[in-house]
Design a binder for this molecule. Structure first.
Ligand SMILES: [Zn+2]
Length: 431
């Protein structure tokens, strides 16, 4: 789909306004402390790459049944809409400007391009809950590993079973039934059903990258994911905790199809301003005569090296790159601050039109990418104990989930959280 220039600006403006909502709502972040719990347990299911479109394309009886006990909507994610920065916002309730997790950028101090990391400048939900005496288990929700949960700790357990979602749900069942599970090579039995149980599945993301979001294989996998959701619910029934459990199912980002590349045109556009660009992959350093380092991860982060980072040079490159028909948007300093992005992103972030990647090489067949504002929304379901059936959530965002989960458990939110409790979706305490 081609989007006109004015529509692009509208989309960007809406995104910005929604993101800025956090500023107005931030007073709510601290309000989760000290009130009565609404749920004994929270089951947090994080499905990597759960694009909002997917659930509309197939029948999802288990998801629908659960949504009947709460609500299903979309959650506004963060920029960049890449797994680790997005997951970091889910885990901390903070925007990338504060948690600092950044992906696919150039690190000027190390002099190399870097991919994804687990760097976090603020505490996670897991750290916050553990500090308040709560018990936790995370089945492969890796962003909290050693940030609140760890191998071998029965009260704050991390496990990494690998495999597909079904395999991870097997282990969820073991945890609920009090059977020992493998945790970093050690057999560990949890002493009770943990207050927060997280399960991470990346089936939709890995398939989406491989075949693109519009492939029928996605529909088949979505049916299978719904089946696994049904198993999760049944396992909580078997364990006798269904009625006291709140369920939060969320994706980290969406997915956009592409089959064409415009890296050569991007280099030409930079060259037209008299500067030389160079694509770098993780671990690579730029050549001595390179002016602009380009790191691609669902978008292209342009880093002006040394004294080339002057406002005039940046403005010239921005103008030249913006004229490319394959470019949907260019986010400069102002847009990046409004979107509350990490300061480690380059001076310019180039977002491709759907169908395109800013890389040099096109894939052999349609593939999937994410990282831009076009993939910054994901599916969100909140249901069960403490949630109003048939309720609503007003413009929910990733940063609202850690405060909301904390509130469900009657706990204070993580210290660095900038999001708000989605009070409008919750039942009054004690009902
Ligand atoms: Zn991905």
């Amino acid at each position: 789909m081609l989007v006109g220039e004015s529509n692009r600006l509208v989309v960007l403006a809406v995104f910005t306004l929604l993101t800025l909502g956090a500023v107005l709502a931030v007073g709510g972040a601290g309000a989760g402390a000290g009130h009565a719990p609404r749920a004994e347990h929270v089951v947090l299911l994080v499905w990597d790459g759960f694009d909002p479109e997917y659930r509309h394309r197939v029948s999802t009886p288990n998801l629908d049944a659960l949504a009947g006990r709460g609500l299903v909507t979309t959650s506004r994610g963060v920029m960049q809409s890449i797994t680790n920065p997005s997951m970091s916002s889910l885990a901390t309730g903070a925007f990338p400007e504060r948690h600092g997790n950044t992906a696919y950028v150039y690190d000027p101090e190390a002099g190399v391009a870097v991919g994804q990391s687990r760097a976090l400048a603020v505490p996670t939900l897991a750290e916050s809950l553990a500090a308040q005496g709560r018990t936790l288990a995370s089945v492969q929700w890796f962003i909290v590993q050693d940030h609140g949960v760890r191998y071998g700790d029965p009260r704050a357990l991390y496990t990494q079973p690998g495999g597909d979602c079904a395999h991870r749900v097997d282990q969820f069942g073991d945890l609920l039934a009090g059977r020992p599970v493998d945790s970093g090579g050690e057999r560990v039995t949890v002493p009770e059903v943990p207050d927060l149980l997280a399960v991470y599945c990346d089936d939709l993301d890995s398939l989406g990258h491989r075949v693109g979001p519009d492939d029928p294989a996605i529909d088949e996998r979505m049916v299978e994911m719904d089946r696994q959701l049904g198993r999760i619910v049944q396992l909580t029934r078997d364990a006798g905790i269904f009625e006291e459990t709140a369920f939060v199912l969320v994706g980290d980002h969406g997915m956009t199809e592409f089959d064409r590349a415009f890296g050569a045109e991007l280099l030409d556009a930079i060259a037209s301003t008299g500067l030389s660009g160079e694509f770098l992959t993780s671990g690579q350093s730029p050549a001595a005569d390179t002016d602009v380092a380009i790191v691609v991860g669902g978008n292209a982060s342009l880093h002006f090296l040394g004294d080339r980072a002057n406002p005039l040079a940046v403005a010239r490159v921005r103008a030249a790159v913006s004229r490319l028909p394959q470019v949907r948007a260019v986010l400069g300093w102002g847009e990046q601050r409004l979107l509350r992005m990490s300061r480690d992103v380059g001076e310019l972030l180039v977002e491709p039109e759907p169908g395109w990647t800013a890389a040099v090489d096109a894939p052999a067949a349609p593939a999937g990418r994410h990282g831009s504002t076009t993939e910054a929304e994901a599916t969100l379901l909140i249901a069960g104990a403490g949630i109003r059936p048939g309720g609503f959530a007003l413009l929910p965002r990733h940063v609202d989930l850690a405060p909301t989960i904390s509130a469900l458990l009657g706990a204070a939110p993580p210290e660095g959280a900038q999001g708000r409790v989605l009070w409008e979706a919750l039942r009054p305490a004690g009902r």
